[in-house]
Design a protein around this ligand. Structure first.
Ligand SMILES: CC(=O)N[C@H]1[C@@H](OP(=O)(O)O)O[C@H](CO)[C@@H](O)[C@@H]1O
Ligand SMILES: [Mg+2]
Length: 569
């Protein structure tokens, strides 16, 4: 995982005379108090962490200082944006012993890139440099320290999360920020709270009740219109990864029970968080979670540890496992939305955003059958989210099940005018209005996505097998390779081609040529200290061979350490 020990080369040194430049309002920061409290959350000497794809993540025992400092940073960001900022304590699908933290920007989005750099500098500053770094950030970002600050905090169910979120609160308070601690929340619920608070309640009420009511009302309205409402459509098995999703789904289920009954598994009452269960396990092992009994053709889904990802699956009559991942979820959602737009008769544009991990069959189906434009961005939802904002309706999903749909103000305006439309169009517009309310537009959300999917399946009268049959995934394999320094690999073209080290891309090109319908790429992970390898081909055997051969090329050309990658999985 992310933690490294050594010298930080990330933060520029500022001038020795910085004290002279400090304006009067900077001195208003109670620097003495910061130093005093910071010592209580001391940084282990030499520990260096990087704000990665999903914030900071490492072993929980190394994170106390990071939490305190992210409390400080959230206050500065709140003052600068004159908005509420969120801080979420979670390590999502990573093991229970890990933890992590990420900041949520005013519209529920991921932290802006320049502030990610500040986060890294602040987290890595040695005690004696803390004041300087804080002042540097305030100066660079022209933070008005007189401004009020408000921070909202949420945490997952990890044993370490409560204490770590208290350290965030310490950081917020020492810089004079106000806060609201929501306690246990899913990550997307915290994003929702931030979005609500910064849009004057227009998006919804910033309470857990407000979240449950908004989504459930939309879901119940939608499913009322479904003509197929047999039991088959009304029950779903949910693997909650022994995480926060179980608590929140249990609280919420009675709000929507007239439209759907959920049966919860891995609800945290006995098993360990993310252990042999959850969306990440199911997607990467391509097998069902432990602790869930699946009868043939039953519709099942898995959340990850902080409930921002979801994948579906079922066993066919022969007992074969079928995974329905984020790509197929995006396909179902975008085809439904496209049909609604056609019915309403509006020429609004719709686009689907994926990453290099999207299965080749999904991209082909979307482009060639559905005639929907598809775009590829770098891994990490912030990239997909950003791209999706360019469309009237932007649907984005990572193959691992993290995603949502975004709707522009143009769409919302058109729907408002729908009262003047003829009957059939009005019905479609009403449906679209409810679907918009059902999506969490601040972030990918397992609970919200689950309800969207369930509503669409019911409205279209689709079984899980019919959904799965939209297209057939190309067999694929993902592997990890250990190297001394994964930064030796740099990529371009939305991570689909390696630029360095020299010779690596040429080697991959030669290997790919040996297989049919094949594709492969490598990239350094943003959340683990590994290089990820992805390969797909016309058969599982070929995909496995190709992935193995590419792993060997990485090992040889990018400074592999430990044992050479072995064939077989
Ligand atoms: C291949 C893969 O699934 N990568 C995941 C993983 O990122 P990496 O940078 O690959 O470690 O964690 C991210 C955060 O949860 C998620 O956004 C991303 O999709
Ligand atoms: Mg997650």
């Amino acid at each position: 995982m992310g933690g490294e020990w050594g010298q930080s080369d990330i933060c520029p040194e500022s001038s020795q005379e910085w004290t002279i430049q400090v304006g009067q309002d900077l001195l208003d920061m109670d620097l003495g108090a910061i130093t005093k409290y910071s010592a209580l959350h001391a940084k282990p000497n030499g520990l260096i962490l990087q704000y990665g794809t999903a914030g900071f993540r490492t072993k929980a025992e190394h994170l106390d200082h990071v939490m305190f400092r992210m409390g400080l940073l959230a206050v500065l960001r709140s003052k600068q944006t004159k908005s509420t900022i969120g801080v979420m304590v979670t390590a999502s699908h990573n093991p229970e012993e890990d933890n992590g933290v990420k900041l949520v920007d005013p519209l529920g989005e991921m932290l802006a890139p320049s502030w990610e750099e500040h986060a890294t500098c602040l987290a890595n500053a040695e005690e004696q440099d803390m004041q300087r770094v804080l002042i540097d950030i305030s100066e660079k970002e022209a933070v008005n320290l007189q401004q009020d600050a408000f921070v909202v905090i949420g945490r997952d169910t990890r044993p370490s999360s409560e204490k770590l979120s208290q350290s965030v609160i310490d950081g917020v308070t020492v810089l004079g920020g106000q806060f609201h601690d929501y306690g246990l929340l899913t990550t997307p619920q915290l994003h929702y709270m931030v979005y609500c608070r910064n849009t004057g309640g227009r998006y919804g009420k910033a309470t857990i009740e407000g979240y449950y009511q908004k989504l459930s009302k939309a879901f119940v309205e939608l499913t009322k219109q479904a003509s197929c409402s047999g039991d088959e459509y009304r029950s779903l098995k949910v693997d909650c990864a022994n995480g926060i999703g179980a608590l929140k789904l249990r609280e919420m289920e009675h709000y929507f029970s007239q439209g759907l009954s959920v049966q919860l598994f891995n609800d945290g009452s006995k098993g360990k968080l993310n252990h042999l269960c959850g969306a990440d396990f199911v997607k990467s092992h391509q097998k069902p979670p432990q602790g869930m009994e699946i009868k043939s053709n039953e519709r099942c889904c898995s959340f990850d540890g902080d409930a921002d990802r979801i994948v579906y699956y079922y066993h066919d009559a022969d007992g074969h496992f079928h995974l329905i991942d984020g790509d197929k979820i995006a396909t179902l959602i975008s085809s439904f939305l496209k049909e609604l737009l056609v019915e309403i008769g509006e020429s609004l544009n719709i686009g689907v955003v994926q990453t290099a991990y999207a299965n080749g069959s999904s991209t082909r189906y979307l482009e060639e059958v559905m005639k929907v434009p598809v775009y590829c961005t770098k891994t990490g939802v912030k990239h997909l989210h950003h791209k999706a904002q360019e469309f009237d309706i932007g649907v984005y999903f990572e193959a691992n099940g993290h995603g949502t749909a975004l709707f522009s103000t143009a769409v919302e305006m058109k729907i408002k005018q729908s009262a003047q439309l003829e009957d059939k169009k009005r019905k479609a517009a009403k449906m679209l209005e409810n679907i918009i309310d059902l999506f969490n537009q601040a972030a990918g959300d397992a609970i919200s996505d689950m309800l969207v999917i369930e509503a669409i399946l019911a409205l279209k009268g689709l079984t899980v097998q019919q959904w799965d049959a939209l297209y057939t995934d190309l067999p694929n394999r993902q592997l990890k390779v250990q190297v001394a320094d994964r930064r030796v690999i740099s990529t371009t073209n939305a991570e689909r081609q390696a630029v360095t080290p020299p010779g690596l891309q040429e080697a991959i090109n030669d290997l790919v040529k040996k297989y049919k319908l094949s594709r492969a790429f490598v990239r350094p992970s943003g959340t683990e200290d590994v290089v990820r390898v992805y390969a797909e081909a016309d058969s599982q055997e070929s995909a496995d061979h190709l992935a193995h051969e590419v792993s060997l090329a990485v090992f040889q050309l990018a400074g592999g350490i430990g044992e050479r990658p072995q064939p077989g999985f």
